[in-house]
Structures are given as structure tokens and as C-alpha cells.
Design a protein around this ligand. Sequence first.
Ligand code: F6R
Length: 253
Amino acid sequence: MIKIIHALTAEEAGINAAEAVLEVIKEKRNPVLGLDTGSSPLGMYRELISRFKSGSVSFENVRTVNLDEYAGLAPDHPSSYRFFMDENLFNHIDIKKQNTHLPNGHTSNYKAECKRYDAVVASMGGIDLQVLGIGHNGHIGFNEPSSFFTSGTSYIKLTDSTRAANSRFFESEESVPTHAFSMGIGQIMSAQKILLIAIGKDKAEILERALFGPVTPEVPASILQFFKGDVLVSADEEALGEIIRKQSSRSAC
Ligand code: F6R
């Protein structure tokens, strides 16, 4: 079931998202978190760090698997997702680094890396909570619009719109890698719970299409409508703009 947690601000949406993560950490002895990068989870990571620093949570028993990584970037490249996770979360909490996993972008053997990462994800014994953001084209992880839903880890060609959107994390658009490794839709859908974070008005239209439009691999996030458990959507007022507008125009008829 889709449960929207309506926040007035991006900061509040980050705090609400952190609460959902903390609940899982409190419930499980060895929780497994599926994590993401980008702008959307930043507020949540800040709140998790602040809860750790105030002594209200420990990440000692937490294991993590990230959704994706750019192909061609070494882990210490400042635009790699490994670097992002270290800088924005892992370096500030008591998680054991050996318990944090991302695809290895620095390989030319794409097939072997997809296989390796499938084995890493399988070895977790299930993801308790998968955190997602949503791309402007409806991608989740780096599963771009396509004619089919992916199953396991894939080596994916990024669309021009994704490369343009992510160029803010690079020196120029040309330096954004053309390909990435991403956990598949099947792996995302096998998590126990999903937490989708959407911030800002540029996500309003795609969020409405994903949650209430037709389910199609052309909008990969639309598959979440078929998720077996709860999909918590932590969003701010701006990202919810189109959903609110459509709902109020429906109730006006
Ligand atoms: C990143 C990821 C992507 C982002 C999406 C939204 O690990 O999985 O699907 O969640 O591109 O990115 P932001 O939050 O930067 O708008």
C-alpha cells in the first residue's frame, strides 16, 4: 500500500524519512538497508548522523547495499557513489565499513560485476528497507525507462536527461559517465518495505505519474504500485503539488 507522508518542507521530509529508517534499526537485530544517493536522501542522512551523535542510535549491526554506481569511476573518485556515501553518511556514524556495499564501478568486466553484486545482495538474506529517490523520467536506481522491467543487477546506458540532471555533481556534462551499474527492479521489489523520497517541484509531475498513472516500464517507478508491502513516500509540499492538484480537481467534480 502506498502511504504518503506529507511534509511542508524538504527538511521535514528528511526527518520523516529518517524516522522510518530508525524504526527498522530498532526492530531488527541485524537490519539490512538498501540505500541511495543524490539530493533526495541528504536531509535523511543529516538527521541520521545527528541522531547517532546524540547517542540515540547505533549502526554497529547495520548492513547496507546501495542501489547503484557509475561505471568507470574508482571508489575514491569524488563523484563516485562510494565517495558520496562515505562523505554523507558512513564516515560520520559507527557503521562497519566492511558491512557497506556498492557495485564496483571500476571494472571493465561488466557481466562479472553484475553477477558479483547479485551475490552480494543475495548474501544479505533480504533487504528490510529499500530507500529510493525518483528520476525526472521515473527511474529508480539507474533503471531507466525501457520496454521491460529489469530483474537483477544490470549494466545500464544512462539517458541524456539523467546525465544532464546529474551533471551538477561533475565538472561538466561530458564528464558524467555514460553507463552505470544498478540493482534491478526485481531486487528492489523483493525488499520488505520501501521508502521513496521526493523533494522539490521538479519531481511533482513524475511522482504523480509513478504513483497514480499506468504501470509501465516506460515509468519504472510505477511498478511500486504493485509492491507487496508498504511503500512509504516521504515528500515535501512541492513534490506533492501535482498529486494534491489532481486530487482536489477530482473531488471538485
Ligand atoms: C541514486 C539513485 C537515483 C536517484 C534519482 C533522484 O542512487 O538511485 O535513482 O535517486 O536520480 O536523484 P536526486 O535525488 O538527486 O534528484
